[in-house]
Design a protein around this ligand. Structure first.
Ligand SMILES: Cc1cc2nc3c(=O)[nH]c(=O)nc-3n(C[C@H](O)[C@H](O)[C@H](O)COP(=O)(O)O)c2cc1C
Length: 175
């Protein structure tokens, strides 16, 4: 798959098989994220790779309790990569977003489904979520900016790769 094809056919997956993804594949996705550009090449994005199902379940329970009634936020994906960065760094969210896109494209190339999930970011100032994330390795000076749910799609048409023309995104040519 070439790069443009990978970009055009990537779509979010929201139903995953329980099958765990091999460490080798996870590391390829992670490597793609760690090769993303960063402001001033500071490389401050912290990748927290969660494959422990008990920890994932704890996060699901915490988020449900703190968010109120909501469906399982990570769609039962067996892998969740939580991306954090320094809270006082101006390009934190931009750097994290570059890494997220690289990882989503890598997933498409590797026949893995992925979906950006925002709940931990939304709850980044929530005391219970923050305490849990600190326990898992989030530093005192870091905050969570995004998370990526990853796994094998549990859908009849797998990744349902298709090209959809964007309807939004205004473009202005200034010739
Ligand atoms: C910043 C951002 C936040 C998102 N948050 C969520 C989320 O919390 N849950 C979810 O299911 N999808 C989330 N998405 C995925 C978008 O809904 C999805 O990318 C968009 O609808 C386009 O669909 P596609 O990815 O299938 O092309 C998020 C995407 C972005 C870029």
């Amino acid at each position: 798959m070439n790069t443009l094809e990978c970009i055009k056919t990537r779509h979010s997956t929201r139903k995953f098989k329980a099958d765990q993804v091999s460490r080798e594949l996870i590391d390829q996705v992670l490597d793609a994220g760690r090769r993303a550009p960063s402001g001033g090449n500071t490389q401050l994005t912290h990748f927290m790779v969660i494959t422990n199902q008990d920890v994932l379940q704890e996060l699901v329970t915490l988020i449900q309790e703190e968010y109120g009634k909501m469906p399982v936020f990570h769609y039962n994906a067996p892998v969740l990569i939580v991306l954090a960065s320094k809270a006082n760094y101006a390009n934190n969210f931009a750097d994290v977003s570059c890494a997220m896109q690289n990882m989503m494209l890598a997933c498409n190339e590797l026949d893995l489904g992925s979906c950006w999930v925002n709940q931990i970011r939304h709850l980044q100032d929530n005391e219970r979520i923050q305490a849990k994330m600190r326990e898992l390795g989030l530093s005192e000076d870091e905050k969570v900016y995004a998370s990526l749910a990853i796994g094998y799609p549990d859908l009849p048409n797998d990744l349902n790769r298709r090209e959809i023309e964007p309807k939004g995104y205004p473009v202005t040519y200034i010739d």
